[in-house]
Design a protein around this ligand. Structure first.
Ligand code: 13P
Ligand code: SF4
Length: 334
């Protein structure tokens, strides 16, 4: 069943009775349909709590590639659903809300990226996983923030490389590997929005805290960080560290798992800058990630809508750089 108003809205917007049992109703539907739920660390806490698997972008792709199920519910953003569908073409891949896009992926339109690649025919192309399948189809190898360094270093030092679409991650990888990759000029609106002044203030307020930052943040923020890494790497550092306080400079959804796994440690979210240039007192949240709700998870499973479909020609090209990433990750990332 698919209603035209759902198509217009991008999700199955149906009233739900007995909402007080919503979690049990989702788990029941999951069993009936042999479905699994994958969630990213930036999802709302209540979604992370019902997911079969919660992880970063790399772990989600690795998990999707090997999980046995008929239906995958990808609680994240659209490119994560596409990656899962490309890796599992025979499974039904659902996302709770098709409007959950990504400003970073949007900053790299496939036709413009194809022109950029064509203008540098002697370069190999590395794309961050935060891209559309159509951009991946113009890519030699995909990376995530968990494996970008190792995969870039697997190319000869003098290899000519294009890196897209995140200029901050690309610039950071250039700086730690001594490469001079050509960078696509894209960015994530969440990570490029952290306030430098507020972070300096927080460091003064919590002098013993370690600053944990995601490499999608601007270089000026990364200079103030003690640890730079993917969401999984930052979480792992917090779990192993002897420190008790951490200033977290990435989307604030990760604080849920940090606090859950380290109940005796303190996590302080760094705030974004306001349009006027000051800092807000709110957390930095990705409005796309937050579009997914328990209600939408229930309705997408119930009505099997919205499903992710990827054009067959694009999928046939995009799977190669994704599989290359998974193989290289297996070999290079300990
Ligand atoms: P990771 O999951 O690789 O840390 O990436 C963060 C991100 O922005 C996902 O959208
Ligand atoms: Fe995209 Fe940024 Fe949201 Fe991640 S946090 S999904 S990179 S917009």
């Amino acid at each position: 069943m698919m209603k035209s108003e759902w198509v217009a809205k991008g999700f199955a917007d149906e009233p739900i009775e007995n909402k007080e049992n919503l979690v049990e109703m989702i788990l029941q539907l999951k069993r009936e349909k042999n479905a699994v739920i994958l969630g990213h660390y930036y999802q709302r806490s209540e979604i992370q709590d019902i997911a079969d698997f919660v992880g970063d972008s790399l772990a989600m792709a690795q998990w999707a590639a090997k999980v046995e199920a008929d239906v995958l519910v990808v609680c994240g953003v659209h490119f994560m659903g596409e990656t899962a569908k490309i890796l599992c073409p025979d499974k039904m891949v659902l996302v709770p809300d098709l409007n959950a896009g990504c400003s970073l992926a949007d900053s790299c339109p496939a036709d413009k990226f194809a022109e950029f690649v064509a203008a540098h025919p002697d370069h190999q192309v590395i794309s961050y996983v935060n891209t559309s399948a159509a951009v991946k189809a113009h890519t030699d190898v995909v990376v995530t923030s968990s494996n970008a360094r190792q995969i870039v270093e697997s190319f000869p030092q003098d290899a000519k490389l294009i890196f897209g679409p995140d200029r901050n991650l690309g610039g950071y990888i250039n700086s730690i590997t001594g490469r001079n990759m050509l960078l696509w000029d894209g960015a994530c609106h969440v990570h490029s929005q952290f306030s430098v002044e507020a972070l300096i203030e927080l460091k003064k307020q919590y002098p013993d805290a370690a600053v944990l930052a995601h490499p999608e943040c601007k270089g000026v923020i990364l200079k103030l960080a003690d640890v730079i890494g993917s969401t999984a790497a930052l979480l792992s550092y917090a779990q192993k560290s002897d420190k008790h306080q951490f200033i977290v400079v990435t989307e604030s959804g990760i604080l849920h798992e940090m606090q859950k796994s380290c109940p005796n440690k303190e996590f302080i979210p760094a705030p974004p800058e306001t349009v006027e240039g000051g800092a807000t007192c709110s957390c930095n949240e990705c409005n796309y990630m937050r579009l997914n709700t328990l209600e939408k998870v229930y309705n997408c499973l119930r009505y099997e809508y919205p499903q992710i479909e990827v054009d067959a020609d694009i999928a046939a090209k995009a799977i190669k750089p994704i599989e290359r990433m998974l193989e290289l990750s297996e070999k290079l990332v300990k």
